[in-house]
Design a protein around this ligand. Structure first.
Ligand SMILES: [Zn+2]
Ligand SMILES: [Zn+2]
Length: 111
């Protein structure tokens, strides 16, 4: 297992998903953030054409979380969308905890 692989995925609150990594790092992501950042081709396309996705925060729910192999998480949304595969590295990149924000400041992602 690489460091950073998740050991636990849990419901942090009725509107947030928490991920604990094998290095002990805990990230919390709101449903809304995850849905608007959905990495699937359809959403990428929509964002390229129309800008950020408009998602109704209040009605957005997660219906299921399916690990994809050892590298990613598939999220089933209540709006029927389920093609987004969230790689752990992608999720770590999204993390907005003070520690990650600090790290990003020091070493801007090189891509
Ligand atoms: Zn999508
Ligand atoms: Zn973090």
């Amino acid at each position: 297992m690489r460091s950073g692989d998740p050991t636990d995925i849990f419901e942090a609150s009725p509107t947030d998903i928490g991920v604990t990594s094998s290095d002990g790092h805990k990230s919390v992501f709101s449903f809304h953030l995850l849905r608007t950042c959905c990495p699937c081709a359809t959403c990428n396309d929509l964002r390229t054409k129309y800008g950020p996705l408009i998602i109704n925060k209040d009605s957005l729910r997660v219906k299921g979380l399916d690990p994809v192999g050892r590298y990613a998480l598939q999220i089933l949304w209540n709006d029927g969308h389920q093609t987004g595969i969230y790689a752990w590295e992608f999720l770590r990149d999204l993390c907005t905890c003070p520690e990650c924000v600090e790290t990003k400041k020091e070493a801007p992602a090189a891509h």
